[in-house]
Ligand binder design. Structure first.
Ligand code: DAH
Length: 340
């Protein structure tokens, strides 16, 4: 009987050493100490059957083994509980080194980026920004700018007509007239804005943006126009960029010019961007026509001025190397996200 008890103690110890979870711990407890079928419980029941003189010693040993098992089971249970708690804490810990998840962020449209870039250049020179309506009258868009009714120059601006009187402005130039009507010289303004023409191809969209410039004062000369635009193109396209003035025609300027810049891509040697000419056309310009001054009540004998107009979309196409202007208006995020 004593041997059996000591064997149970040994077996119990071996069993316990293998325990790694609460379930097997309960199984062992039942195996040895269950009230009905526990090995030790059953052995204790046999004690009264022993010869009288053996009973006290065996009884004591049995109780000692039982106490040992209970104590060990308890210790082991606490060990398992501590491990479970440690695991729980470990798994719940916040890893502060994981990179954050950024909420999706918007960005400026490439045309707005270019617009702001140009505005910055002229604001630094002391210009102010003016603005006019997208829906314009035939008078401001054409007549006041010296485009008489039935003048062929109107054909070059495929116009969205609303009725006989109203249209979607085809250019930002009408704002020249609106501003001059409101205040006397000196005038030094830029006018960024939306324009509309019935065009749809790889370089033209029905909605596009222009930037207009106007300077009026006493003694303004073609030299001022040239110097201003040369400064502007160096700022926008790079220090090495040169400007070239070609004679042209606009009804509201005289003389008029088209301005090319030396290709900022190949430096003038000739490439795909400048179609091998070394030059890229970027704007129209000229000295304000006396007829326009008459319309706004300025004395053309006293004042002179220069004006220029540029397609912001076109500059954005060139600067970013974009092949199709229609991409600007499709709102495809794969395109737009490249400019963030
Ligand atoms: N408004 C003209 C256009 O849309 C561009 C332009 C040319 C504007 C010459 C000007 C200018 O102010 O002086 O084609």
């Amino acid at each position: 009987m004593k041997g059996k008890l000591l064997q149970y103690k040994k077996d119990f110890q071996a069993d316990l050493d293998k325990v790694t979870d609460f379930r097997s711990l309960v199984e062992i407890k039942n195996k040895y100490l269950s009230r009905k079928r526990g090995l030790l419980t059953m052995a204790l029941k046999d004690v009264p059957l022993l010869p009288l003189e053996e009973r006290p010693e065996v009884g004591r040993l049995a109780n000692e083994v039982k106490g040992f098992m209970e104590k060990e089971l308890n210790l082991h249970q606490r060990k398992l509980e501590a491990e479970a708690e440690a695991r729980r804490i470990r798994e719940a810990r916040i890893d502060v080194t994981i990179p954050g998840r950024l909420p999706p962020m918007g960005g400026l449209h490439p045309i707005m980026l270019v617009k702001e870039e140009i505005e910055k250049i002229f604001l630094e020179l002391g210009y102010t920004i003016e603005d006019g309506p997208d829906i314009e009258t035939d008078y401001y868009n054409f007549v006041a700018l010296n485009f008489p009714k039935d003048h062929p120059a109107r054909d070059s601006q495929a116009t969205f007509l609303i009725n006989d009187e109203l249209l979607l402005r085809t250019q930002t130039s009408p704002v020249q007239v609106r501003v001059m009507e409101k205040k006397p010289p000196p005038i030094r303004i830029i006018v960024p804005g939306r324009c509309f023409r019935r065009d749809w191809d790889i370089t033209h969209t029905p909605n596009f943006f222009q930037m207009e410039g106007l300077v009026v004062d006493e003694g303004i000369t073609l030299g001022d126009l040239k110097g201003t635009l040369e400064y502007f193109v160096r700022k926008l396209f790079g220090k090495e960029t040169k400007a070239r003035f070609r004679p042209s025609f606009f009804p509201f300027t005289e003389p008029s010019a088209e301005v090319d810049i030396s290709c900022f891509h190949c430096g003038g040697k000739g490439c795909r961007l400048c179609k091998n000419s070394g030059w890229i056309e970027i704007l129209g310009a000229g000295m304000v026509h006396p007829n326009v001054f008459e319309v706004v009540g300025y004395d053309p004998e006293k004042y002179s001025g220069f004006a220029w107009g540029l397609g912001i979309d076109r500059v954005a196409l060139l600067l970013y190397g974009i092949e199709d202007a229609r991409l600007f208006y499709e709102n495809d995020l794969r395109f737009l996200q490249q400019f963030r």
